[in-house]
Ligand binder design. Sequence first.
Ligand code: XMP
Length: 512
Amino acid sequence: MIKGGVAILDFGSQYTQLIARRIRELGVYCELLPGNCSWSAVEKLAPGAIILAGSPYSVYGNGSPMPPEEVFSTELPLLGICYGMQLLAYRTGGKVEGGHHREYGPALLKTEESCLFKGIKSDQQAWMSHGDRVTEVPAGYTIVASTDLLPIAAMENSEIKRFGVQFHPEVNHTVFGSDLFENFLFGIANLKANWNMKYFSAQAKQYISEELGETGKVILGLSGGVDSSVVAALLHSAVPDRFVPIFVDNGLLRAGEREEVEKTFREHFGMDLVTVDGEDRFLNELAGVSDPEKKRKIIGRVFIELFEEAANSIPGVTHLAQGTLYPDVIESVSFKGPSATIKSHHNVGGLPERMNLSLLEPLRELFKDEVRELGRELGLSKWMVSRHPFPGPGLAVRILGSITREDRDLLQKVDRVFIDYLREENLYDEIWQAFSVLLPVRTVGVMGDERTYDRVVALRAVTSTDAMTADWYRMDPRHMAAVSSRIVNRVNGVSRIVYDISSKPPGTIEWE
Ligand code: XMP
């Protein structure tokens, strides 16, 4: 979308997305391409520089991914990171060897005079993660960094603007990583820091208007979550009279959610919001169903039926908008290919084809934190844009087993107390996602002088960066004690609270 950015060739390293994050943080647009893509795919981006990223492969191994040949003859500035450096050495006359000790973790880097390390002091920590290493640099290159264990930790040929680093400047443990990228992007490749959300917003609005043409009209399934809320704000700002958000209340939302969404989008923004009251339909169809996948399928189906009904009642609709983000796009185009489905997440799959609508995905180039920034830029409140993710099937996957209205009401109350507590104590923003789970068992307790036989609630709070992996949040026992007694005191029917200390993997974030 933007010329003069960076093309990052992805060879399957776990860190490749981080490179993109770092570069965008510096205000430069970049995109990931599968490492073995064609040269025309690279040219299509019209990049101002190329980065060859890391990989679990060896450059001389069977089936190791190779970039298009032209990468080695282009005049564009080139930075090879880890496997990328080894590729550069291997393919242009240097030597790469395996069989050394695998080096993983921090190392002190000794740097030489070099444009890549300009302003970067020697003896700072860099992060290593490699088995192979470059043992001879190609002709015309000089060695510009080393460690005690690694004689060639970085190489450069500043004449033709080609650089290689064995360590990972993209991870935070490499303390000067951003400085190195700055040197490469601005000092060497002369790129411009023109990527920001104001700029993106203007471009995206133009894209939306062009896509819709003179007469197009767009609808959106608004869930109240960050992504769809930001899409709504963007569409409203681009084509206010030709945009209709549809909010399906499935009766499994957080307490006060529907009111909040209506207040924000209908009252504050003045959108033409359509609310579908689906509580009865969803709860009736879910009655007696306890299998998690069956519950998800039912919710997915009913959602589509109700959404389609609502959409059909709006005349002249031509487009359906979706809050697809860049990590989803990367996932499907990456060198590694899409990962296996662990849980079938529901979306409006199949709907665009059936209703003959074109798909509009205005956020497909953004990372989550960029989406949040865009939301703020478009006037959404901090409360709205910094909310924790909430699953499409809502409380249905947090009420274990079959669902009743009473249980739904109970869980809404508990969750409200938990989340309010986290906000009051300023813990909310430290946590990726926090919620309560209602367990289908009763336990014995004692309140006052009476024996009770009430429900158990599990509290879950996790830290994560992308929900692919997660760790349990180390909540201070003082907070655990306070929130636990607050819940039991305020919500009738709950007598025991447990805190979930499972990470993902092996657990998942949600319990179902
Ligand atoms: P899991 O439980 O798979 O969750 O570790 C990863 C992230 O996805 C959310 N999640 C869902 N989101 N539909 C959704 O839209 C679903 O069926 C669903 N299941 C889980 C979960 O809340 C977490 O953020």
